[in-house]
Write a protein that binds this ligand. Structure first.
Ligand code: HEC
Ligand code: HEC
Length: 435
């Protein structure tokens, strides 16, 4: 969204008021239940409720199979580690891939959790909040270029700096040698590996089925989920409750305007993204991103997000330059690098960026001829695309930032409870049932 005035999300007190009200009302049924004494205390374990289909089971084997790569050493799980919310466990802004594992990857690796409700990309996608004007939204990858998880899966298998297979035929040949070959044929039919094009489609379908069906991709086991569904153990600490208010306050964090926490598409709840795109002017990563370092004698290369896609090239698409997809904030506290280029290395810093990008730009951007070069990763003609919503509302350098230090601390405490795998402390659970 580019224009603060015409953007309905910028003035959306209704929603915020509703959520604030929810803060109060969702506590009441818990209280009632506790008073009635009928509450059993169960910590929800991560259980696969529905068994995986054959397609998903074979997709799971493939997801963890390093033989499906040019190097023979890299699987999907190398970059998407299931023990780290399907994001890398290391702190590299970009992961190394390629046939000799010496090629730097294109962008910071996103978590694969909570992707299954992502609609395909559209320039005028309806916003799940039901209020905002349609705009660029949906799609997989940080520029939305893949319509489905299946279409997406083909890209890393073939890209030269990731799994680096030479062709679809190369992948299919490896599938024929895999020890899950029989399982694959059972899932997709006895002739499923005969035709290369079809076989590659099936392979992608299997990877999609695994990501859609396996509960580890959408466990909903954070403390926030206990809070949101009014379960035992979901009581927020004062700091977390204040942080939630900062998150929802249109004049402070205003985070929910893009990291939407309400009911979404297909009955989804609280995905902490509305799948929309925005240009927020993340500083250039000159050290780690190959595109970020200007080689001597060469013009610098920029990662322009949506308008870097083949189908969005050219001057008529310049309003999309600099726009990247709003990621979910679930499990954000487990990330080691932030934003599409991994330039920012801690959640604390990411929040500080939101608070002081405009009020203290010198903290974030380089000085050229003693002037701060704001938005150094977006060429000047595209800078009008920078989103103008709070907290990044373009306020003057030196003016008061939207959040206080206390607000930032509380906000971080709130974001911490979006991490899956929360276990209610035994003492707290026992106390609550005893009441
Ligand atoms: C070398 C590291 C690497 C490997 C290996 C890898 N990925 Fe990724 N993955 C990435 C990066 C980087 C992105 C973001 C790319 C972009 O935005 O252009 C990504 C994005 C994705 C997305 C889109 C997420 C979103 O937010 O839209 C999915 C889904 C995905 N990968 C699945 C897979 C699957 C399935 C495999 C195995 C076939 C795989 N990846 C292998 C690095 C990797
Ligand atoms: C105008 C929409 C918008 C608003 C408002 C917004 N964000 Fe974002 N957020 C984005 C977009 C778009 C990205 C990805 C940008 C990129 O990679 O260049 C992002 C990325 C992030 C990331 C990095 C996550 C990751 O996986 O790398 C964090 C953390 C984050 N936002 C937190 C917040 C918080 C906290 C607030 C409120 C203070 C907030 N955002 C407000 C749109 C928004």
């Amino acid at each position: 969204m580019q224009d603060n005035q015409s953007n309905p999300r910028a003035r959306l007190p209704l929603w915020a008021a509703h959520e604030r009200l929810a803060l109060w009302t969702t506590r009441l049924p818990l209280l009632a239940a506790v008073l009635l004494g009928g509450v059993a205390c169960t910590v929800q374990a991560l259980e696969q409720v529905e068994p995986l289909s054959l397609k998903a089971l074979v997709g799971k084997r493939m997801f963890f199979d390093p033989a499906l790569s040019g190097s023979g050493k890299m699987s999907c799980a190398t970059c998407h580690d299931p023990n780290n919310a399907y994001a890398p466990a290391n702190g590299l802004a970009l992961q190394m891939g390629g046939a000799r594992l010496d090629q730097s990857g294109p962008r910071a690796v996103p978590s694969l959790r909570y992707k299954d409700n992502t609609p395909p990309y559209a320039d005028l996608a309806d916003n799940p909040d039901g209020v905002s004007a349609p705009g660029p939204g949906g799609g997989f990858m940080q520029d939305g270029r893949a319509d489905t998880l299946a279409a997406q899966a083909k890209l890393p298998l073939l890209s030269f700096n990731e799994m680096a297979n030479k062709s679809a035929a190369d992948v299919v040949a490896k599938m024929k040698r895999a020890d899950y070959r029989e399982q694959f044929l059972q899932a997709f039919g006895a002739a499923a590996l005969d035709d290369t094009k079809l076989a590659f489609d099936y392979a992608a379908e299997a990877l999609q089925a695994f990501q859609k069906e396996d509960i580890s991709f959408h466990p909903f086991t954070s403390k926030y989920d206990l809070y949101n569904s009014n379960k035992i153990g979901g009581d927020l600490t004062p700091a977390e409750a204040r942080g939630l208010r900062v998150f929802l306050d249109p004049n402070k964090g205003n985070c929910f305007a893009c990291h939407y926490s309400g009911a979404g598409l297909n009955g989804s709840v609280a995905l902490f993204t509305d799948f929309s795109y925005a240009a927020i002017g993340v500083p250039r990563n000159t050290k780690e991103q190959p595109a970020g370092a200007a080689r001597p004698g060469h013009a610098p290369v920029y990662d322009l997000g949506i308008c870097g896609r083949d189908d969005h090239a050219g001057p008529k698409n310049k309003q999309y330059c600099g726009m990247f997809k709003t990621p979910t904030l679930r499990n954000v506290a487990t990330r080691k690098v932030f934003f599409h280029n991994g330039q920012i290395k801690s959640l604390t810093e990411a929040l500080r960026f939101y608070n002081t990008r405009d009020t203290q730009p010198a903290l974030w951007y380089p000085k050229v001829n003693r002037r701060v070069r704001k938005f150094d990763d977006l060429p000047a003609p595209y800078q009008p695309n920078i989103d103008a919503q709070a907290p990044l509302d373009g306020r003057k350098a030196g003016s008061k930032p939207p959040m206080t230090d206390e607000d930032l601390k509380d906000l971080e405490a709130f974001l911490d409870i979006l991490t899956d795998g929360y276990v209610v402390p035994a003492k707290q659970a026992a106390q609550q049932t005893a009441k």
